[in-house]
Design a protein. Structure first.
Length: 188
């Protein structure tokens, strides 16, 4: 009887730990924004927040506040620079209709760089740190071609506000913190 009681207690304790871990997982919201700016012929396209700290197992809910947005990992299988932790497969939302959401759960620790397929050229990219910074996204961007990190997305991801240490200490980074140089229209 004593062994059965210990086994039952151990099973109950393990179950409670599992429930506690499941409850500790969080869903974070990121807006995919199209913002008209006075005097500018093309809107600003961005993620808000543009930098985010989450924990392994957390989910990010990408909300389309404007049209024609995706949340896509910089991954070699997307024929782009690989800027997610090693062992993480390629992932991408479809084009998310305005008002709809797409969710992704981040299981592996490290630094993830993401982009919006239609708006990368205009700087719509973001960085998510899962647990602790690490992986290929920690390296400087050396390929700014269409198969690398293209145009203004490279400027946004290279901005000091998106340094993983800054994200780690602040929890999130607003688009407003990104330098105005990174937000200029390409070729302007």
């Amino acid at each position: 009887m004593k062994h059965v009681t210990h086994a039952l207690f151990a099973a109950l304790f393990t179950l409670m730990l599992g429930i506690g871990a499941a409850l500790a997982q969080t869903t974070h919201e990121v807006m995919m924004v199209t913002e008209m700016i006075e005097g500018r012929p093309i809107p600003a396209f961005y993620f808000e927040p543009v930098g985010l700290l989450i924990q392994p197992g957390d989910t990010v809910r990408f909300v389309a506040a404007g049209p024609h947005h995706t949340a896509t990992a910089y991954h070699g299988q997307h024929v782009k620079s690989h800027r997610v932790p090693e062992g993480v497969g390629p992932f991408s939302s479809p084009v998310v209709p305005v008002g709809d959401v797409w969710e992704h759960t981040f299981d592996g620790a490290g630094t993830y760089d993401l982009w919006c397929a239609p708006h990368e050229h205009y700087g719509m990219a973001m960085r998510i740190v899962v647990g602790e910074p690490g992986g290929p996204a920690m390296a400087p961007i050396d390929d700014r071609s269409p198969v690398g990190v293209y145009a203004n997305a490279a400027l946004v991801l290279s901005d000091p506000a998106l340094d993983p240490a800054h994200i780690l200490s602040n929890g999130s980074v607003s688009w407003a913190e990104i330098s105005s140089d990174a937000k200029e229209l390409p070729g302007q």
